[in-house]
Design a protein around this ligand. Structure first.
Ligand code: FAD
Length: 382
């Protein structure tokens, strides 16, 4: 059956190459709002599903791209394992391939690292219908150019992911989540101090209103060995007056933060946008009040302040100001999601960033080699 589907993918890709048209790869469509919109013919992967190989003792799972992300996570949970980067689903139909193509990571990224670093190998189909395999299923396989790592974040513009092998991790022996109300500046200070110490910090979030001086809600997740979590819990209670959350409430909070289902993510007015800023660890609180006078101006910090979300007007002038603000602080910004009347979704362009002519040349060469007819050149990723 899978051979028949692979042949169907090949025929669709070769037909598109021959007719010089583009194909928009779609898994479950849960992130179809993400990236530049396009109206190219869809190439549907949801029929190509199933876990190909899962060896809990090897900490590796291999699955077809159309496998629901929920299926992968359920299989891992049965063995008390997890995807440590906690990919957002953004919908029940989220697929394994879509999670890799979007390259997004959830709250655990600050401690566990990037999705890209967990991709051990991929089987992909290029723009000529070649069925190619890269990497492997073990961490020690590091020889050669790591094509698999080009796929996270490519939003279907590089090649069709057929299968992927990703590293998984055991769930931590113990977790605890604590909460207190403090200013953004103090939250950033303690998080940065603690990040430099051997504490089992697994995730953090600070949520505040538009008032730059008002206290906001800081939530910290600890995960690791029982003794380490217990002693860090004592430290955080005494230093911040934090209280421990009920485990079920805490689990729901981290899931809803990851899925952007908390109230602070809901209030996106029709003309507003949710901006994402990626910033260096030492970046102080950002004064957004100079950027816009309207909108809710709600702020959410994650990854100890290295990922920040801000609600503001979606117009081009505000977009430019947010981007300039992020660059001023040594990071970058993108317009992540827009309200119903919003302007076209607009990412940080790589061409906007300071990068070398050599990198541009490498990108062009790779695209030419993998997709000479532009089958995947949908423009979804600028
Ligand atoms: C510990 C840590 C330290 C960090 N330090 C810094 C820092 O010093 N400076 C800094 O700027 N950031 C920093 N960041 C932020 C990090 O670099 C950004 O979050 C980065 O954009 C995400 O990389 P990624 O591989 O996860 O990207 P992805 O999750 O793959 O993508 C992130 C976003 O970029 C888009 N994107 C991906 N590829 C492209 C592309 N080819 N063209 C255009 N858009 C693309 C994606 O669609 C997505 O919107 C840090 C993050 C962490 C966790």
């Amino acid at each position: 059956m899978s051979d028949v589907q692979i042949q169907q993918f090949r025929e669709q890709i070769q037909h598109a190459a021959a007719s010089k048209t583009a194909l928009s790869i779609q898994g479950g469509g849960s992130k179809s709002w993400y990236g530049n919109p396009n109206a190219h013919t869809p190439l549907l992967t949801s029929g190509f599903h199933g876990i190909v190989d899962y060896q809990p003792e090897e900490l590796v799972i291999t699955a077809r791209a159309g496998t629901p992300l929920a299926t992968i996570e359920a299989a891992l949970a049965e063995k008390n394992q997890m995807l440590a980067f906690e990919p957002p689903h953004f919908g029940a139909q989220a697929t394994f391939g879509g999670a890799i193509g979007a390259g997004l990571a959830g709250p655990g990224r600050i401690s566990a690292g990037n999705l890209r670093d967990y991709v051990l190998g991929t089987r992909l189909m290029d723009g000529q219908g070649h069925d190619l395999s890269f990497g492997g299923k073990v961490m020690k396989n590091v020889a050669g150019y790591d094509v698999s790592r080009l796929l996270p974040g490519s939003l279907g513009t590089f090649a069709l992911i057929l299968e992927a092998s990703v590293k998984v991790l055991p769930k931590p022996a113990s977790t605890a989540s604590l909460r207190c109300f403090i200013s953004e500046a103090r939250a950033l200070k303690v998080l940065n101090e603690w990040a430099g110490q051997p504490l089992p910090l697994s995730a953090s979030s600070w949520i505040g209103s538009g008032d730059a001086n008002a206290d906001g809600e800081l939530t910290i997740r600890l995960a690791g060995a029982v003794a380490a979590v217990q002693s860090a819990t004592v430290l955080m209670k005494s230093t911040l007056g934090a209280t421990e959350l009920d485990p079920a409430i805490a689990a729901a909070f981290w899931r809803d933060l990851r899925e952007h289902k908390l109230d602070c993510f809901h209030a996106l007015g029709a003309d507003d946008a949710l901006y994402r800023l990626a910033l260096p660890a030492a970046c102080p609180p950002i004064d957004f009040s100079t950027l816009a006078s309207s909108g809710t101006q709600q702020r959410v910090l994650e990854w100890h302040g290295q990922q920040r979300w801000w609600h503001g007007p979606a117009d081009a002038s505000t977009q430019a100001k947010v981007k300039a603000k992020a660059i001023e602080h040594g990071g970058h910004a993108s317009c992540f999601r827009v309200g119903s009347n919003g302007v076209e979704q607009r990412f940080t362009l790589l061409s906007d960033q300071a990068h070398s002519a050599a990198l541009t040349a490498v990108q062009a060469q790779l695209r030419k080699a993998f997709d000479p007819s532009g089958v995947f050149a949908t423009g979804r990723l600028p």
